[in-house]
Ligand binder design. Structure first.
Ligand SMILES: NC(=O)c1ccc[n+]([C@@H]2O[C@H](COP(=O)([O-])OP(=O)(O)OC[C@H]3O[C@@H](n4cnc5c(N)ncnc54)[C@H](OP(=O)(O)O)[C@@H]3O)[C@@H](O)[C@H]2O)c1
Length: 235
């Protein structure tokens, strides 16, 4: 396989919401703790999130002042700033995320010390590419107007050696991978609450026969964790 093995790992409510008040309940906190623990247990080479999730979790809405980079050379080809062994893959089609550093700093060892790889389309501005180079942040250009997810997966494998990738939301990004047939395993931490919020998938084209249950566990009698494998991967 010339792409990473991809595990979609998420916490959801009973009605498949991935955001909402349920996350602040006692059961939601148990679910979130289990989610982070399982993330670490997978020992992946990288985690991938959409622009909105990256913004919420790491860049906190900061946008670079691009005029400062307009006189620097922008090279419209993939940029491997470093081989680091652990990566944070940001799906950011227009190139807007304001990273302060090429390495993520986070209290949780499952996210800490990951080198950022920006996944952009050709819609990205020259100044943003120059900004990334200046910050020593890697980037790959995948698609003209929309992210070509298959191309992205190939490049993550061939340029960075990523063999196991955790896909960690949000719903739009999960759908991008699902519709491109790139999800090999689904790991769901289910919190027994009904909620409003954002959906696990947004307009996915489902094939109900694609996945089969591998295991179910319960934690503290409050949350359930299930693993579902792509059928072609079951021996
Ligand atoms: N419960 C959990 O386990 C969990 C895990 C992770 C995240 N979350 C939550 O998920 C929420 C965000 O979810 P979300 O679905 O709104 O956003 P998202 O998936 O985090 O990011 C969506 C963005 O990614 C970009 N994108 C790349 N390719 C895309 C495509 N083919 N289709 C659509 N967008 C594409 C777009 O950026 P542009 O708009 O710049 O074009 C889009 O707005 C956050 O609030 C976060 O807390 C929950």
């Amino acid at each position: 396989m010339n792409r990473p093995y991809i595990i979609m790992h998420m916490v959801t409510s009973v009605n498949s919401k991935i955001t909402g008040e349920f996350l602040n309940t006692d059961a939601g906190k148990v679910a979130t703790d289990e989610y982070y623990r399982i993330n670490r247990e997978y020992k992946a080479d990288a985690y991938a999130c959409g622009r909105i999730t990256m913004e919420e979790s790491f860049t906190k809405g900061y946008r670079p002042r691009l005029s400062a980079y307009k006189d620097l050379p922008a090279i419209r080809e993939d940029f491997v700033a470093k081989k680091h062994g652990y990566y944070a893959v940001a799906i950011d089609p227009h190139g807007v995320l304001g990273w302060k550093n090429d390495i993520i700093k986070d209290e949780d060892p499952g996210y800490d010390n990951a080198h950022v790889i920006e996944v952009v389309t050709n819609q990205v501005k020259d100044e943003y590419l120059a900004f990334l180079r200046k910050k020593n942040i890697s980037y790959i250009i995948c698609g003209e107007e929309e992210i070509d997810a298959k191309l992205m997966a190939k490049k993550l494998y061939s340029l960075f050696g990523i063999k196991k990738l955790l896909l960690e939301g949000g719903g739009k990004t999960n759908t991008l991978f699902y519709n491109a047939d790139l999800i090999d395993e689904i790991s769901l931490v289910l919190c027994p609450k009904v909620s409003d919020g954002i959906d696990l998938f947004v307009n996915a084209k489902f094939n109900p026969k694609k996945f089969a249950l591998k295991q179910i566990k319960t934690y503290n009698m409050q949350v359930m964790h299930s693993i579902h494998l792509r059928k072609t991967r079951i021996k």
